[in-house]
Design a binder for this molecule. Sequence first.
Ligand SMILES: Cc1cc2nc3c(=O)[nH]c(=O)nc-3n(C[C@H](O)[C@H](O)[C@H](O)COP(=O)(O)OP(=O)(O)OC[C@H]3O[C@@H](n4cnc5c(N)ncnc54)[C@H](O)[C@@H]3O)c2cc1C
Length: 392
Amino acid sequence: MLGTKPFEETQERGDLRDMVAALLARELPPDRALALDREGLFAADAWTALGKAGLLGLGGDESAGGTGGTVGDAVAVTEEIARVLPGLAVDYVTCGMAMRMLGDGTGTVGSPATAAWLPAIASGEMICSFGMSEPDVGTDLLNLRTSARVEDGRWVVKGQKLWISLAHKAEVAFVLCRTDPPEAGRRSRGLSVIAVPLDQPGVTVNRVHLAGMRAAGTCEIYFDDATAPLDHLVGERGRGLALLAQTLDVERVLAAGISLGIGRAALDLHLAHLREREAFGGPIGRFQALQHAAADSLADLSASRALVATSVRAIEDGRPATALTAMAKLVAGESTARIVDRGMRAMAAHGLAEESAMQMYFRDARLQLFSPVSNDMIRNILGESLGLPRSY
Ligand SMILES: Cc1cc2nc3c(=O)[nH]c(=O)nc-3n(C[C@H](O)[C@H](O)[C@H](O)COP(=O)(O)OP(=O)(O)OC[C@H]3O[C@@H](n4cnc5c(N)ncnc54)[C@H](O)[C@@H]3O)c2cc1C
């Protein structure tokens, strides 16, 4: 019988998934996950358990204090977390970015000061966040306003970041800011990543309340002459965008992993409802119209999964993966928006009930259309890969 589970996986990958699912079943039973979503709370206990199990360190080189693993492992773990509490998976992807940025194993990225944080981030003792978006800047990131200057032997940071996941719990934020003017008109030059400690007088962090991904803990951060030691510069000065770009392929495929998790969980709920709900003398799953909707969702999920697997293979083999990961992010995000919509239709009033996880998946799936990069920008990138002129 066809199911929603991943196909063509190795025994090891299946065991990894089972381990994560068992851990989350203990730490985040359905009622607890829904309560955290409702209250907009960070799943701190589950985070600690993920750290203890070595799962937060995935993607960070073992020599640097991470737990290694493959990109496929990280995608599988992301999917399993998203099935249970999608907001937590958003935080998990952020942590993975830190692993890849600081722990590439070459020892060349980050200063000794920032690289030394890796084991603590991997264990869950230290939480970090990534500050790129601003109130006036999302997709058009190169137009960002937050700046940093060197004064009295330290960085002084001024500006505002918005929609920053987990900043209310984080010790440090990796902030993309302008440290130097654009070079020869290239706005991508002159941007740097600086690790700014958040517990200081020059920093104010406020929670921002959203209708979706509430458990991710989205925040705004004000930097009012906040300071950071000079060795908190990550990577090369003025080359922050290039540094972040190195993690982009993986970030996109991890974002697709969130979509797979939401889509799979929503389809499982949808199918259970088709079997259990009765109308006109039998289960509603006997109606052909409802079967077709579920079949479309399974096809959407499976097509996304195939594209994600192809992207992961390309990254792991060291082949060019940008167009593939862009398509995986796009297709998985758009498919998931359709899957949750079909699930909601089939569950009718029951899907809207606060006790049903379907309403959480329905709200959370919205993020998959525009973050970490908007699907329209993905389409722009694909247009260019087709040899068409840049449209923006
Ligand atoms: C729950 C959550 C967590 C987040 N976490 C973080 C985080 O940890 N760190 C962080 O830095 N950011 C974070 N973000 C922000 C997220 O990355 C941005 O929302 C995303 O980059 C889109 O930016 P925007 O919302 O400003 O939309 P805009 O950039 O304003 O886009 C608005 C619309 O215009 C379209 N558009 C823009 N430019 C083009 C173009 N050239 N061609 C075609 N269409 C275009 C977009 O597709 C979109 O439909 C988070 C957001 C949410 C909701």
